[in-house]
Design a protein around this ligand. Structure first.
Ligand code: NZQ
Ligand code: ZN
Length: 386
């Protein structure tokens, strides 16, 4: 571990029934746009609580942000922000609503082409202004509530958007707002958070003991709490643990100063864009196969993961790594998340479509060392049928 900066300005308001505190946190004279998704926040009463919390402020609503938020939908919100001179954005929803709101925050004051904001990958956007935003998170998974990233869908691709100006000013994390989630979304949340940790941890050692031990603690916590919160959706303590784990999995702390490998996410994004596979499901398909093919590169960290997370100490190196990969796959499957591409109805001949999409999006040299080529991606995808 060399030197690094760590910065996270998002204020967290954690706990049950605290939405009345919105009144203290949103500027008194703000004109607020409340953004939400397909209607779950109306159905389960969250929107009413938010509107109450905003008191007498002038509020406009923008609903209909879809899972994997689409550029065209978000541009309608951008027009509204410009037309109505909105000066505060409040996202109420899951990762898609939070991410979409971040894009609106960056795009509304931007004078260049809004499409061009999708072309910067993991580099910071060239923006000087952003509309202040905050979130009320209803789905524990992405960590978007405490990070500066978003993923926006556009013309059959998924594009990362990053800027320190896009950290939420504050985020409300009320575990009870997530009790209404269908089981599949809870399982998705556990898997997404788990893989966020893996992408920042299973690379190569750099003596980052604090980040490593924190990552291992979070992984063990998810292994422990995932099945409980799935089986007992209204167990407050278990759900609170999932919410906080998911936030910590991607709030930047465990990734500070360490190598990162986002290849599972990048290949997974193409599976979502092409075949409509949920984000977390796409990760469950790719991660075990990626390791099977890349175990030599990741040997030291896979052995560390095997020992410290799964308590695997017996057998030779190869056996320990194999068992760690199998345990990971079995964990995803125990939550009801399938891990083979064939189980999602994708045919072998469609692997070429994924490779073409990766190429079109410039994903030709991925991983912690930039050596994961299209050919390796093809092998990973083919392996994921086995
Ligand atoms: O749209 P509504 O009606 O609200 O329903 C949503 C949606 O159908 C529903 N839902 C959310 N909260 C609920 C609820 N249903 C009942 N009760 C509640 N409390 O859940 C469905 C899925 O929502 P979505 O926001 O799409 O899920 P998630 O939070 O998993 O977000 C996925 C998106 O985040 C991106 C993904 O690529 C994907 O587009 N990611 C963002 C990241 C980031 N910003 O750092 C990192 C991640 O790796 C990920 O890529
Ligand atoms: Zn993810």
């Amino acid at each position: 571990m060399q030197s690094f900066d760590y910065f996270n300005p998002t204020h967290i308001v954690f706990g049950q029934d605290r939405l009345a505190e919105l009144d203290k946190l949103v500027p008194q004279n703000a004109k607020v746009l409340v953004l939400y998704g397909g209607g779950s926040v109306k159905k389960f009463g969250t929107l009413d609580k938010v509107l109450n919390g905003l008191g007498q402020r002038e509020v406009i609503e923008f609903g209909g942000i879809e899972p994997n938020p689409q550029f065209d939908t978000l541009m309608r919100a951008v027009e509204l922000v410009r037309k109505e001179n909105i000066d505060f954005l409040l996202a109420v929803g899951g990762g898609s609503v939070m991410d979409g709101t971040k894009f609106v925050s960056a795009a509304a004051p931007y004078e260049g082409s809004e499409e061009s904001l999708l072309q910067h990958g993991f580099s910071p956007l060239p923006i000087e202004k952003a509309v202040p935003l905050a979130t009320v998170a209803t789905l524990p998974a992405t960590g978007s509530e405490m990070n500066m990233g978003a993923v926006i869908s556009y013309q059959g691709g998924k594009f990362p958007v990053m800027s320190p100006m896009l950290f939420p000013k504050f985020s409300f994390l009320d575990p009870t707002l997530t009790f209404s989630l269908p089981k599949v979304q809870v399982a998705n949340g556990v898997v997404d958070a788990f893989v966020h940790i893996l992408e920042q941890y299973v690379t190569f050692p750099v003596n980052a003991s604090v980040q490593d031990r924190t990552a291992e603690g979070l992984l063990k916590t998810l292994i422990e709490t995932g099945p409980v919160t799935l089986a007992e959706p209204e167990n407050y303590d278990a759900r609170a643990t999932l919410v906080w784990s998911a936030t910590w999995a991607l709030n930047g702390f465990i990734g500070a100063g360490v190598p990162q490998d986002w290849s599972t996410h990048m290949i997974g994004h193409e599976l979502t864009a092409l075949f409509g596979i949920d984000h977390a499901q796409s990760l469950a398909i790719i991660q075990p196969s990626l390791w099977a093919l890349r175990k030599d590169k990741k040997r030291a960290k896979l052995l560390q993961y095997a020992e410290r997370v799964w308590d695997i100490t017996e057998g030779d190196e190869e056996e320990r790594i194999e068992r760690a990969i199998s345990k990971t796959r079995a964990f995803f499957e125990s939550l009801g998340v399938k891990t083979r591409l064939s189980e999602y109805g994708v045919k072998r001949e469609q692997v070429s479509d994924v490779i073409n999409a990766l190429e079109a999006h410039g994903m030709v040299a991925m991983s912690e060392t930039g050596d994961l080529t299209l050919e390796t991606s093809r092998q990973i995808l083919e392996h994921s049928y086995a």
